[in-house]
Design a binder for this molecule. Structure first.
Ligand code: HEC
Length: 125
C-alpha cells in the first residue's frame, strides 16, 4: 500500500514537471512565430534588416530594439497593425495583415517578444 502512495506521488511530481515544461515551450513559441512570419522583413534580431527588405522599400521596418521609438507605441497599436496591416494605422501596405494567419494568443506572445527585444514598456492606451 505504501508503495502505491509513493508511485502516485512520483506521478504527480512528473505531471507537474511536464506542465512546467509545456509552459516554457509556449514562451519559446513566440520567438518561433516571429522567426517564421516576421523575421524576413524585421530581421531575426528585430532590427528591421530582414533579407526581404530591398532598397526599393519606401519605408524600412521599425528597429524593434530601439527602446526610445518602441516605447512610443502602445501594445494596442502593435496588436492593431499586426492583425490588420500597415494601412489600418495609416502606415505602409508593405506591413501585411496577419489576422487570418495568427491567433490572438500568438499576437499576445509576439507583443511580449517585441517588448523583450526593446526591453521597454509601451505607452498606455
Ligand atoms: C513583408 C515584410 C514584412 C513582414 C513579413 C512583417 N512586417 Fe511588420 N512592417 C513592415 C514594414 C515595411 C513596416 C513599416 C511600415 C511603415 O512604417 O509604414 C512594418 C511595421 C511594423 C510595425 C509597426 C512599427 C511602427 O513603428 O509603427 C510592427 C509592430 C510590425 N511591423 C510588426 C510585425 C510583426 C509582429 C510581424 C510578423 C507577424 C511583421 N511585422 C511582419 C514589413 C513587414
Amino acid at each position: 500500500m505504501k508503495k502505491m502512495i509513493k508511485i502516485s506521488l512520483l506521478a504527480a511530481v512528473f505531471g507537474l514537471a511536464w506542465l512546467v515544461n509545456t509552459e516554457t515551450a509556449k514562451a519559446a513559441g513566440a520567438e518561433e512565430t516571429f522567426k517564421f512570419y516576421c523575421a524576413q522583413c524585421h530581421g531575426l534580431e528585430g532590427k528591421g534588416k530582414g533579407p526581404n527588405v530591398t532598397k526599393d522599400f519606401p519605408v524600412t521596418p521599425r528597429d524593434f530594439t530601439n527602446a526610445k521609438e518602441m516605447s512610443k507605441l502602445s501594445d494596442n497599436y502593435i496588436r492593431g497593425i499586426v492583425m490588420d496591416g500597415g494601412p489600418s494605422q495609416s502606415k505602409s501596405p508593405l506591413m501585411p495583415p496577419w489576422g487570418k494567419t495568427i491567433s490572438d494568443a500568438d499576437v499576445n506572445g509576439l507583443i511580449k517578444h517585441l517588448r523583450g527585444l526593446c526591453k521597454c514598456q509601451g505607452k498606455a492606451g
